[in-house]
Structure formats: C-alpha cells, structure tokens
Design a protein around this ligand. Structure first.
Ligand code: NDP
Length: 499
C-alpha cells in the first residue's frame, strides 16, 4: 500500500541497517521524485518490515538520463576492464553471501538454505560467467570471392530496460544485469516490487566494486507504473523481461510499435514425464524436488507429473510419502525445506486454484491448506502445505493454467505417444523433464516435447552457456551464453571492397 515516507518499526535480527529501500540512480541512493512509498512484507510473518519507493515515470526519466551519460564512457571501456569490474561484484556478492541469503529469505519467504545454496551463489555466477564470456567472443568475417571482405561489429545498443519477477529475485535480476552491462550497455532495471531488497543491496556492492555511476540504475515500484514507463521510454531500445505471460503480452503490445528489441521469458506449465522403466530411486525424489522447490515458485518447476500407468500406484504412494516428509516452517531455520509463498495475493491465487481443482473433481492426496502447526512467529504468514492432486483430466483448468505454487497434479498415460501428446497439451512450452532408462526413448521423446528446455533424468541442472527460454506462450527469444551476448549487442556488417 502506498503512503507517505514513514519510519518503519524497528525489528530485531534483520541483516541490514537500512529498512527504507531507495532508488539507485547515477550511483546514489535517492528517494522517489513523488515521495510516496510502498509497504514491503515479510511473507513468513505477513508483517511489513520495510518500505520501498513507489516510483513513477519521473524516476525512470532520471535513471535513463544517468544511464545515457554513463554510456559513452562505459561502452568505450575495454572488455578486460569491464570484466574485472563484474568479477569484483561477483566476489563481493560471495563475500556477503550470508547477509544476502538472509535478506532474500526474509523478503521472499524462501528457505534460507535455498537462498544460500542456489539464489545468491547463482547471482555471483551470473556476473562471473558474463565477465569472462566477453573475453572469449569471436568476431565474424566473410571473404566474398576476390571482391570484398565483410566483417561484423557487435556493438552495445545503449540503455537496456530490465524487468524481473519475485520468485528468484537476485538470481533473475542479475541474469539480465550481468550480460547487459558486460557487453557495454548501461541499464535501468526494476526488480519486482514484492521482493526489492537484494536488488537494493546490490547497488551498494556496485559502488563498492567501483562500477562507474550510471552504468546500473535501479528504480523500484509497481509494474504498471515503473515497469510500463521503462517499456514505453523512447530512449530505451532494448527490453529484457521475465514474468507472467499476461504481463508479457502487455509489454509486447507497447514495445512492438516502437520497434524495441525484446526478450520475453514467461510462464510455464511444465511436465515431468515418468516412464515405467525409470530408475525410481532417482525419478521420485527428482520429481518431488522439481515440484516443490521454492514452494513450486520456479518457472521451471514440474507441476504436471505424467506417469506411465503401469508405474502409477508405486509412484503415487512414494511421491506422496516423500511430499509429506518435506519440512515446512520458518524460512530462517536452516532445516526448513518449504517456506512461505511470496505474497498475500499469490497465496490467495494458489489457494483459489486448489478450490478449482476440487470443483473439477480432483482428489487431494496431501496438503491443500495452510499447515496446522507453525512456529509462533509464522502464524500469520502465507504458508500452503505441498499439495498433490489426482483424478483430473489433462484439459481442465488446473492442468492448463499456471498455478506457480506448491500444487502438483499426477496424471497417468498409456503409451509414449499419449505421454508426449499430454505433455504438449498446454499453451506453454518452457521446460520438461523426462525420466527413463531407455536412451533411445529419451532422445525420441525430447525431440517431440514442445519445450525450450528439456532435462533427461535430472532437473534444474544448469550450464550457463546453454540457450534458456520457452516456446509457445512461454516466451520469445533466449537468454544465456551466446544468446544473451547477441541479444544485448547490435550486429553491424561492414563490407570493404578489395579490388
Ligand atoms: P509479473 O508478470 O506480474 O511481474 C514481473 C515483473 O514485471 C515485475 O517486476 C512486475 O512488477 C513487472 N510488471 C508488471 N506489470 C507490468 C507492466 N504493465 N509493464 C512492465 N512491467 C510490469 O510476474 P510475477 O512477478 O508474478 O512472476 C511470476 C511469473 O514469472 C510466473 O508466470 C513465472 O512463470 C514467470 N517466470 C518466468 C521465468 C522464465 O524464465 N520464463 C522465470 C521466472 C518466472 P510488480 O512486481 O511491481 O508488479
């Protein structure tokens, strides 16, 4: 809720001295031009614990002006110097691992073990990966008979607009920031207003690393205000967005007529496909991890589990048993495996889908409601027990629409062709995992499943060099490796006559 700037209640144990988040523009922390703020909630308690700017187009204008001023110097900075700067940021993230992990856990409700083991290390890896990638690029040249030499320059495009979601806050924010600035662009970036804290803390580290002011500018606030102003800004030529498919449509409609270069990483309804010949000692824990990591709030989570009918009973029994053993509790406890979902609106959305599933005839095998017992501190938090539902048709809403929470369905299939058809039966095409011990089948099925990312006998095993992104309504374009380096640069071909 927006309001005038006011002091937050002082709370003990938070890892930051500043509870008032500020915009980061031109290397300085500044309040929003309009002076209004938004409440920032801790999902585990449901309480407001900090405030962030309710920014608007005026803040975006100031950020773009700073980014434009910085562009001349930064785009001319030799790659090895840009690289060194990004490596310093990576080192500083690692040096602050515990502080950032705690901040991410408080801000998003995710277990601290996940923030410590995945989110924050990955943010450091994003900087390190692109810092070194720019030292190993190859330029293209083409000799045209005896008549000419063509060579292709890849130049930074200017000011990039970067918009990221709340589920993997720093991880996805830096997945855009690192390639954008590594390639010599400057950036105006907006984290989700639901999870702004680690992006705010990153600004401090950029200054500590010596990143020239204005290279990265961070504007906080609501999507329809700050996000829309970034997308519509006439001097931002590149937009990289990760978020929901509906928001992606709005952004594409605004950016298309302005001929902006656009990357959209959107929603998913990912299948986990289990064949009867799979090694169940790997497949079942793998499917549980794919289903419920980060409370099911990873775009790559496998929320539809398709199981070959002959293995169904065994799979369901063991899957439900393991799900019931997941330890749910205070995200700040080291042993917690399931934390809170990230916001009250999202809690309401996920629980409404559980009701839809029941109305559609689904049988809830476990979960389906908030946990009965939670530590006292967490009694008003937004927790949902990991939920497993069977008995639904593949075409019902529960199996077609993205829920993005700790809710999975299990569906049987009778043949390889039927399993593939079921996997492809949604409008989405982001990720899939296939579990089988038959390598021929694995390749055959992988080639036919309509997803941009496919794992065989594993899940979320990432190599940052590989193309990352979705098909169908899961997105347009790819991130990662060379794809990101190409996206953030403009190819310019130069032809020199040789005769
Ligand atoms: P949203 O689409 O609601 O928001 C994503 C970002 O866009 C936020 O920063 C949001 O700001 C901003 N935004 C909202 N409206 C606009 C607008 N009109 N113009 C510009 N920016 C806007 O997604 P969520 O944050 O809810 O994230 C969850 C979604 O992200 C899921 O659908 C998930 O599948 C998808 N996702 C996809 C991934 C992929 O790689 N394909 C990876 C991770 C998530 P604010 O928060 O203030 O509303």
């Amino acid at each position: 809720m927006a309001g005038a700037w006011r002091r937050c209640d002082s709370r003990i144990g938070y890892p930051f001295s500043v509870q008032r988040i500020l915009n980061f523009i031109d290397g300085a922390f500044v309040p929003p031009v309009g002076g209004a703020c938004l409440d920032n909630f801790e999902p585990a308690t449901g309480a407001v614990y900090s405030h962030l700017p309710d920014g608007d187009a005026r803040d975006v204008d100031a950020a773009v002006a700073a980014a434009e001023r910085a562009f001349t110097g930064w785009s001319a900075t030799p790659a090895h110097e840009r690289s060194r700067m990004l490596l310093r940021i990576a080192d500083l993230i690692e040096a602050n691992l515990e502080r950032f992990a705690k901040a991410e856990s408080i801000d998003s409700g995710k277990p601290i073990s996940l923030a410590r083991g995945l989110d924050i290390p990955r943010a450091a890896s994003n900087f390190r990966f692109f810092a070194t990638a720019i030292l190993h690029t190859r330029d293209e040249a083409h000799i045209t008979d005896q008549r000419a030499i063509n060579y292709t320059l890849r130049q930074p495009r200017g000011v990039a607009g970067l918009i990221s979601p709340w589920n993997l806050p720093l991880y996805l924010f830096t997945w855009k920031v690192a390639p954008a600035i590594a390639t010599g662009n400057t950036a105006v970036a907006k984290p989700s207003e639901v999870t702004p804290m680690t992006a705010f803390l990153l600004g401090e580290l950029c200054n500590e690393a010596g990143l020239p002011r204005g290279v990265l500018n961070i504007v906080h606030g609501l999507g329809p205000k700050v996000g829309a102003a970034i997308v519509a800004h006439p001097r931002i030529s590149t937009i990289s967005f990760t978020g929901g498919t509906a928001t992606g449509k709005t952004i594409a409609a605004a950016a298309g007529p302005m001929f902006k270069k656009l990357s959209l990483e959107l929603g998913g309804k990912n299948p986990t496909i289990i064949f009867a010949d799979a090694d169940m000692s790997q497949a079942i824990p793998g499917a549980v991890r794919a289903a419920f990591s980060n409370q099911g709030q990873i775009c790559l989570c496998g929320s539809r589990i398709l199981v070959e009918r002959s293995a169904l009973d065994r799979f369901v029994n063991e899957f439900v048993k393991r799900t019931k053993h997941l330890k749910q509790g205070d995200p700040l406890e080291d042993a917690t495996e399931q934390g809170a979902v990230t916001s009250k609106p999202h809690f309401d959305k996920v629980t409404s889908y559980i009701e839809i599933a029941k109305r559609e005839g689904g049988k809830v095998l476990c979960g389906g409601s908030p946990p009965a017992s939670l530590p006292k501190r967490c009694r008003d938090g937004w927790f949902i027990e990991p939920t497993v539902i069977t008995g639904l048709d593949a075409n019902c809403r529960t199996n077609q629409e993205e829920i993005f929470g700790p809710v999975v369905t299990i569906l049987p299939f009778d043949s390889e062709a039927a399993g593939i058809a079921m996997a492809n039966s949604t409008p989405y095409g982001l990720a899939a995992s296939i579990w089988t011990s038959n390598l021929d089948r694995a390749h055959r099925v992988a080639a036919q499943v309509q997803s941009g990312v496919i794992w065989i006998n594993c899940w979320l095993l990432r190599d940052l060099r590989t193309p990352f992104g979705g098909m169908k309504q899961s997105g347009v374009g790819r991130e990662g490796g060379d794809e990101a380096l190409r996206f953030f640069t403009e190819p310019k071909n130069i032809c020199i006559a040789t005769t």
